[in-house]
Design a protein around this ligand. Sequence first.
Ligand code: GUN
Length: 296
Amino acid sequence: MPAEILDGKQISSAIRQELAEQITEFVQKTGVTPGLATVLVGDNPASVSYVTAKGRTCRELGMLSFQHTLPATISEQELLSLVDRLNRDPQVHGILVQLPLPSHIRESQVLYAMDPNKDVDGFHPVNVGRLLIGEEIFPPCTPAGIQELILRSGTPTDGADVVVVGRSNIVGKPIAVMLMQKKPGANATVTVCHTRTRNLAEHTRRADILIVAAGSPKAVTADMVKPGAVVIDVGVNRIGTTESGKPKLVGDVDFEAVREVAGKITPVPGGVGPMTITMLMRNTLRAARLQVLGQP
Ligand code: GUN
């Protein structure tokens, strides 16, 4: 029997409804509308589409969106000045600088300049540290979306063998940390595989939950998956265009073949992607609560 599809759009939509209600309640109680500032440098098509979707979702949920679009030629100092201005703007509760940045701008300088209490991406070292010790305020959005998908699909994590393929700061490392915490919704035994892993398939075949953020199409094939496993595909690879002229997206997992082996699987698009934006909205509300009420 083919795997059950984990529908990120559907699960997201349920969470967004809950969030919209919480936002209305917050606005009524405080008179403050949560606001998210996004900063886009340059015109990378993928980044433009992500930032547009983030702004649109903010407005749909009843929050304010402040979109800053800057030319790729902007200096690091000019970008730091904007971040400083947003840090001090009381209407802005969350700040998101879309990555990657042009190569002449040091990403670390920009992330370090952000007020950690407005860092809704959870990329500032203070927030990375909070995550490591299990006291996170802003769990990074993609890993938070993955964890929420796993939980809302009724997949137990306690004692589960989780294998993560990929060790990036944005996905691989934080999801590994989150699922190994001594907490409900975590408590897993986590293995992290990467480009220097000797026998990848030997590891992936042991996974009850396999999380793939490798950055290449078909990095995981059917022979690498344990029958009945839950497979979460974080990959977004743009290969060619669809008939309607839009970029064609595929994940890191050979979907059609793995679907015949796995118990549950996320599609691309429509799996992790919508969850990431939803978690950003949740973090923005948390940021507003933190700044206005003193606690998230
Ligand atoms: N680029 C790719 N993923 C992300 C993300 O989660 N946040 C930001 N700011 N940039 C990204």
